[in-house]
Design a protein around this ligand. Structure first.
Ligand code: FAD
Length: 392
């Protein structure tokens, strides 16, 4: 076991894809970060993700930074020999009513105006693009650039890259509290009482960032929300070739989210939430089982869209806790104490943004931006934690 260092220039708390990306970007910027993960790297929401990487229907304000986020994933795959199954398979947004047709066409027009290659599909074109998608659709949107990655393998790749660049990353090392001196954050206290001094601390602990902030009286507006997923037994390759989502979804399970795709392993993965499910207090860490209503509504949706898959055998299900902020957008930036930063509040689509957010935050922390100036400015405005007001 590697002994805990007594101090670090920057401590990153949380080893999901966001904390890993922050550690990578800091290490690449010449800072030697210490990354502390309570359990296993990528074991929380990161490992339970469907990890689609795309800009489609994520909000036009974020379009530029998200396009760059997608480029960063493509570049990482190219540079590393793609050990994490980056697969540019495209995304279909299925449409079942006239309202969906109208809003889908509006999204496509607006995204095309910003340079995206998406387009509308007629039902006949949908069957050409996705042969088993034969449910009662009025049409679809199509974004050919959307990719997926294997969430565990991608987290492992970012971890390896961060370590190679000089980051020290330790798992099974929970942080209990932040340390302060004269109003400045100056380190962390570990669960076993050990103290580690740090010039800067980054909270990248998903919904758990809230309770770590509370250790110094900061009330972060990040709350946990259940997201759940079902996986089938392995199916023949090509059973589903694209990421299939509902066009009315706006990137987030609360909006009636549907996402279906086939993993490289052959399993068909789907997360469908029809009713928003409240998270019981204190239940951020584990949950006994996926609610049966979710399983039934998911199967209904899958068989409505893909009637040929009506008899498909399910293998497993899981629940994870996503971190949600009041306006469903990340909080990435400095907090109200010197030396304290946050990068959390993913609203269920933080895999895509993670590499970009890591670079953004590393630029803010070091004062030497790696993103180009316009993107750095955009990200600062979009993700400024102060937009929700300063906590007490
Ligand atoms: C079913 C599902 C589908 C999804 N699909 C997509 C998708 O298609 N595209 C997309 O972009 N995103 C998707 N997401 C969301 C995406 O997975 C998350 O936004 C992303 O993984 C968040 O990463 P994170 O590092 O912030 O959080 P986490 O992975 O939760 O990492 C936080 C880490 O902090 C650690 N931690 C907690 N407390 C402490 C402590 N005291 N000390 C040290 N460490 C601590 C935890 O153990 C955890 O590992 C999906 C999520 C789910 C569940």
């Amino acid at each position: 076991m590697i002994p805990l260092p007594q101090s670090a220039e920057v401590i990153v708390v949380g080893g999901g894809i966001v904390g890993l990306s922050v550690a990578l970007a800091l290490a690449q910027a010449g800072v030697k970060p210490l990354l502390l993960e309570a359990k296993s790297f990528g074991g929380a929401v990161t490992g339970g993700s469907l990890a689609a990487i795309g800009t489609h229907m994520h909000g036009l304000a974020e379009f530029a930074v998200m396009s760059h986020a997608c480029d960063l994933w493509r570049d990482l795959a190219a540079r590393t020999g793609n050990p994490f199954e980056h697969n540019p398979q495209g995304q279909i947004g299925f449409i079942r009513d006239d309202e969906g047709l109208e809003s889908g066409a509006a999204w496509v027009a607006e995204e095309r105006a910003l340079g995206a290659e998406c387009r509308m599909l007629t039902p006949a074109e949908v069957s050409e693009v996705e042969p088993h998608l034969t449910g009662p659709l009025l049409g679809a949107t199509f974004a050919p650039d959307t990719a997926t990655v294997n969430p565990f393998l991608a987290a492992r790749t970012v971890l390896a890259e961060a370590r190679a660049a000089g980051a020290v990353a330790l798992d099974h090392t929970p942080v209990a509290a932040l340390l302060t001196e004269a109003g400045r954050i100056n380190g962390v206290r570990m669960a076993d009482g050990t103290e580690i001094a740090a010039g800067q601390v980054v909270l990248a602990a998903g919904p758990w960032s809230q309770e770590i902030g509370a250790s110094v009286g900061i009330d972060l507006p990040v709350v946990p929300r259940q997201a759940q997923c079902l996986a089938t037994l392995r199916q023949p390759a090509g059973t589903i070739t694209r990421v299939v989502t509902a066009v009315e979804s706006r990137g987030g399970v609360a909006s009636g989210y549907t996402q279906i795709q086939q993993a490289t392993s052959g399993q068909i993965l789907f997360n469908t939430v029809v009713d928003f499910i409240d998270t019981p207090p204190g239940a951020k860490d584990s949950i006994r089982e996926v609610p049966s209503g979710f399983v039934l509504s998911s199967i209904d949706t899958l068989t409505m869209l893909f009637p040929a898959l009506a008899e498909i055998p399910l293998l497993r299900s899981w629940v994870r806790f996503e971190a949600v902020s009041p306006d469903s957008r990340f909080l990435a930036g400095t907090l109200e104490r010197d030396g304290l930063w946050i990068c959390a509040g993913d609203n269920g689509s933080g895999y895509c943004r993670s590499l970009m957010l890591g670079r953004f935050l590393a630029g803010e922390i070091t004062g030497a931006p790696v993103l180009d100036a316009a993107l750095q400015r955009d990200a600062r405005t979009l993700y400024d934690p102060a937009r929700h007001g300063r906590a007490a």
